[in-house]
Design a protein around this ligand. Sequence first.
Ligand code: ADP
Length: 471
Amino acid sequence: RRKWRSVVGVLRELEESCETPVGRLRQVVDAMAVEMHAGLASEGGSKLKMLLTFVDHLPTGSEVGTYYALDLGGTNLRVVRVQLGGRSSSILSKDVELLPIPQHLMTSTSEDLFDFIATTLKQFVEKEENNSEFSSLRTRELGFTFSFPVKQLSIRSGILIRWTKGFAIDDMVGREVVECLQAGLARNGLDMQVAVLVNDTVGTLALGHYHDADTVAAVIIGTGTNASYLERSDAIIKCQGLLTTSGGMVVNMEWGNFWSSHLPRTSYDIDLDGESPNPNDQGFEKMISGLYLGDIVRRVILRMSQESDIFGPLSPSLLVPFILHTPFVSKMHEDDSPDLQEVARILKEKLEIPEVPLKVRKLVVRICDVVTRRAARLAAAGIVGILKKIGRDGTGGISSIRGRSDIKMRRTVVAIEGGLYTSYTMFREYLHEALNEILGEDIAQHVILKATEDGSGVGAAIIAASYSSYT
Ligand code: ADP
């Protein structure tokens, strides 16, 4: 009995430290906007890197022709080909091939990695040759999505700052990424031109904008999380005299590294961060994205299991970091069977916790709910932070200064992608709910989150089209 009381105590403490009332979310919104400003004001001015992308115009839907993309950013390599129709945003055909990157190549040499990439691309291109005629008068053009921290030098060049996500190819750090790819293509006898170098959120933004000209920002919430948006050139103070024909430029926020004292942090977050390979980095990401949510839930269950016997004897599996993947959190959270069969099954199969009473299963669902709800609401606050920075949150506009009630809020679209948003219904619903709370219904009805698909690859191919040297 006393055991159960202490477990309830752990739950209450979790609930309290994860609380995200709308007032607190608004503080996060403000902090995000302030940090964005600071990151644009000076190099190193904020934990938000606010990287220039040199993408100064976004696709309009009138691009035409066949373009390729390579998407390297995590566990898989994606090769993409799109055929663009030239009007009304039509994509006539889209081929996507996905290959896991062999583990040994992630820590090998850049030559090995790019030989693998080039041969994969070559096979993909040759397959096409058999069933269509590609004009041999033109060199094929390629968008390269490289989702690692890059100091971009131009639309088609950038230097790798450091590896993340398990990659560690030392000879590449500090080198120009497109040169490495271009050399790999040449070594393998593939005549293709890298037209643009982008990161995944920029691809998502481009695809969103291709279909809908009101798209102003893109957010990815998958294994990790990041966002990009269209900024006015003159607001990018750290780059004095930055001139673009459009007057704007896409900024890659690297928002996973955002931090603010207003973020509701728990002891589980502190432990997770301390035991991670990158302590003090990616603080926002560690509260929000798929790589981490499962592990936060595991840590709570572990604590309860240490303080009581409600889960039986302490299961050694509970001590294994990252053993509980986020898709299982969503399966347990969304278990609608009356006796929570799915929860029981996952506890048994993933955490080696034998049959527990229904009230304990309910407790597990509650933990999933608290952790996921916090994540989704913070992501929503981040999005509103971007809208605030660009004056699309319905406040501070000229009409509201005049105190008029008929504020004209422009239709504002945010492209969104990633497994958490697309595949975890409760996460998505909590995110939408928080957006409505923060913005209020009147403003929120003008803000549309639009899910895109394969944006990182398809979007890169479309940017390659809009930066083609043939048009
Ligand atoms: P990535 O970010 O790895 O490029 P995705 O955007 O598809 O790829 O996101 C995959 C991540 O999304 C997984 O690592 C997982 O954490 C999360 N995810 C995928 N499906 C689900 C799901 N059904 N429920 C919760 N999380 C999910």
